[in-house]
Design a protein around this ligand. Structure first.
Ligand SMILES: [Zn+2]
Length: 117
C-alpha cells in the first residue's frame, strides 16, 4: 500500500494541506529516503506545534504509514485511557475488598483491647 503526497501532506485532523517544515534523510540505511515534517496551518490544531512526518521512499512513493500512523495515534490514547480506567477500577475494587476484612479485624482488635484494659 502507498499513498499520495497530496493525501500524506494533509493534517490528520483537518485534512488541510500541511506546511512543510523540514526534510531530512531517512535513517536506517534507506538511501535517498526522506522524512518530511509538516505542521497544520490551523493555530489551534494539535498538529500546529507538533506536526507529523511523511516518509518518502527513495523511489518517490509514500508508504501507507500516514494512515497506519493515524490509526495507532488515534487508538493508542484511547487504549491507554481504557486500560487506565480498568486499572483504577481494579485498584478501587481491591481497596474495597481489602478494607472490608481490615475493618473487621480493626473492630475485633478494639474489642480485644477493650477486653484487655
Ligand atoms: Zn490540523
Amino acid at each position: 500500500m502507498s499513498t499520495t503526497w497530496d493525501e500524506a501532506s494533509r493534517c490528520p485532523r483537518h485534512e488541510l494541506t500541511g506546511i512543510e517544515q523540514s526534510s531530512k534523510p531517512m535513517k536506517g540505511g534507506v538511501q535517498g529516503g526522506q522524512l518530511i515534517t509538516l505542521t497544520c496551518p490551523q493555530e489551534e490544531c494539535e498538529y500546529y506545534d507538533v506536526g507529523w512526518i511523511v516518509q518518502i521512499r527513495p523511489d518517490g512513493t509514500i508508504p501507507d504509514a500516514a494512515t497506519s500512523h493515524d490509526k495507532s495515534f488515534e487508538a493508542m490514547p484511547g487504549w491507554r485511557a481504557e486500560r487506565g480506567r480498568d486499572i483504577v477500577q481494579n485498584l478501587q475494587e481491591e481497596l474495597r475488598l481489602s478494607q472490608r476484612p481490615g475493618g473487621y479485624r480493626l473492630g475485633d482488635g478494639e474489642k480485644g483491647r477493650r477486653h484487655f484494659t
